[in-house]
Design a protein around this ligand. Structure first.
Ligand code: HEC
Length: 478
């Protein structure tokens, strides 16, 4: 045991005004390394091996993480960092503008970096490649092939995420600028009464990979150190230069969501649909899933949260020959707008200004809570950074159960609908090593917004405590 000091900085006010309070406490030097046999499940490629005779693409975990920090990211590579954009909060100025603020260029530059060396059509055969220009540029998070419900499948390494519904894609009014007929709507609801599953794969570049390799060394057991006096996984927070990208696919067919026409059709080993009830089952089968959304996140030290999140939606209506051309930016977000309802009462609320939304998307697109950013298959009551701001792992190698011993990332009663302490906590801005806003989870470890790392900590937690993952449960609940 060694004594140290835990500081919590609450950044809630504009102009960098923040409250810092420190607790002198006894924090153990954590050692969770009860076993070294964690490395096998941690770094396996997928939940299931490809069946014999399989001749389609096969996912391989990119886990040869850089062991040295790649240094400052050159301006020629991290071009967005060289762009003059304004992250400040000026309540007297109008909310930032997509074009005037150069946010359109900022996000375009990130996509240019992500698409470098990739297949122009992101076709099933090629998928997303981790090697660019003869070097490994992209890395995956370990432990994501352990959970039998949502764990990585063997073709493209995707994992199961939030189920989207027709209203997410087309809106409740439907047909808002989209050519859907009510008849196809009801046919789709009948065919897919339990919505459309999302299967996604995320990648971190060398800067991100350097951090991940330290959080999860070869043993597969998370390494815990300290940052600014508070316990935090070794290698975190992520450093400038970090780029994360995520490719989200859906089984919604173009006949239900017309703007997905021409989107890459990936084979995904995903949950089969039970014939009568049309429910998704644990049993998996190779089926088509279409690219619907591409998320990006970068560290930019100019941002008050250090992060900038952005997203693109696939649109058949966009011009261009390649799939990358038809990825339309939806918006960008660098904070959770703690001055906007429901983080403050309606009477005090100002329009969101830490999210900037593209006014010219051309297809129906929902955003997040009150003008904050969320993507096509995301929960519209949430926002990128509020959900990601809940990435805190339970301490002492326990599994993190979201909403129980780890913050309620996926929601709670009244999310986005009423001014409450829960909403105030959820739509707050925090930076490592600060704890989750509101002080409810004081001993949890900040994962610097990485929810994939939270998945990894959770799965490691089950391995550590039960020696096995949780059994597959009804995927509809997910
Ligand atoms: C309600 C919760 C929620 C919202 C809203 C959300 N995400 Fe995520 N996101 C997740 C979860 C859970 C994961 C990890 C699971 C996975 O990747 O399989 C994740 C993973 C990611 C990753 C991979 C790296 C990481 O942090 O794990 C990126 C990048 C990302 N999301 C970007 C975005 C962007 C951009 C938006 C908004 C357009 C967004 N997310 C909105 C829950 C959310």
């Amino acid at each position: 045991m060694s004594g140290s000091t835990a500081c919590f900085r609450v950044v809630k006010y504009p102009l960098g005004l923040s409250l810092v309070f420190c607790l002198a406490t006894l924090l153990p030097d954590v050692s969770w390394a009860q076993t070294s046999s964690a490395s096998m499940p941690a770094f396996r490629n997928a939940l299931h091996a490809p069946p014999s005779g399989w001749n389609g693409p096969v996912f391989e975990l990119s886990d040869d993480y850089p062991t040295e920090h790649p240094g400052d990211c050159p301006e020629t590579e991290c071009t967005w960092l060289a762009l003059d954009v304004d992250f400040s909060v000026d309540f007297d100025a109008p909310p930032p503008d997509w074009y005037e603020g150069k946010w359109d260029q900022y996000i375009a530059r990130i996509l240019d970096y992500v698409k470098e060396g990739q297949d122009p059509q992101l076709s099933n055969d090629v998928g997303f490649q981790v090697d660019v220009g003869g070097e490994t540029r992209w890395f995956h998070v370990p432990w994501m092939a352990y959970d039998p419900t949502a764990g990585r499948e063997f073709i493209h390494g995707t994992t199961n995420e939030r189920t989207a519904h027709l209203s997410d894609f087309l809106g409740n009014g439907r047909g808002m600028g989209v050519h859907t007929l009510p008849s196809s709507d009801s046919a789709c609801e009948e065919e897919f009464p339990h919505g459309f599953e999302t299967w996604a794969v995320g990648v971190y570049n060398q800067w991100g990979g350097y951090s991940i390799g330290q959080v999860f060394p070869k043993s597969g057991v998370p390494a815990i150190g300290s940052y600014m006096g508070s316990p935090m996984p070794v290698g975190l927070p992520f450093s400038e230069g970090t780029v994360v990208a995520k490719f989200l696919t859906t089984n919604a067919p173009p006949k239900c969501v017309p703007y997905l026409e021409g989107s890459p059709e990936w084979q995904v080993h995903r949950h089969a649909i039970t014939p009568r009830s049309r429910e998704y089952a644990c049993f998996r089968r190779v089926q088509v899933s279409r690219l619907a959304q591409v998320d990006v996140a970068v560290i930019d030290e100019r941002s008050p949260t250090r992060w900038v999140y952005g997203t693109f939606g696939y649109s058949a209506e966009a011009e261009g020959d390649t799939v990358w051309d038809r990825l339309v930016p939806v918006g960008i977000q660098w904070g959770s707008d703690p001055w906007t309802f429901p983080a403050v009462p309606e009477s005090e609320s100002i329009p969101a200004r830490q999210s900037v939304l593209n006014p010219d998307i051309g297809i129906y697109e929902h955003f997040g809570c009150r003008g904050r950013l969320a993507g096509p298959v995301d929960n519209p009551m949430s926002s990128c950074m509020s959900c990601h701001g809940s990435a805190y792992a339970a301490p002492n190698g326990a599994p993190s159960v979201i909403g129980t011993n780890s913050p309620p990332a996926f929601g709670f009663d009244g999310m986005c609908t009423n001014y409450s302490q829960d909403n105030q906590n959820y739509f707050a801005n925090v930076v490592p090593p600060m704890g989750y806003s509101g002080g409810q989870f004081p001993n949890n470890l900040s994962l610097d917004t990485s929810l994939q790392l939270l998945v990894a900590f959770t799965q490691y937690g089950y391995f550590n405590t039960d020696g096995q993952p949780q059994a597959c449960t009804d995927p509809n609940q997910f």
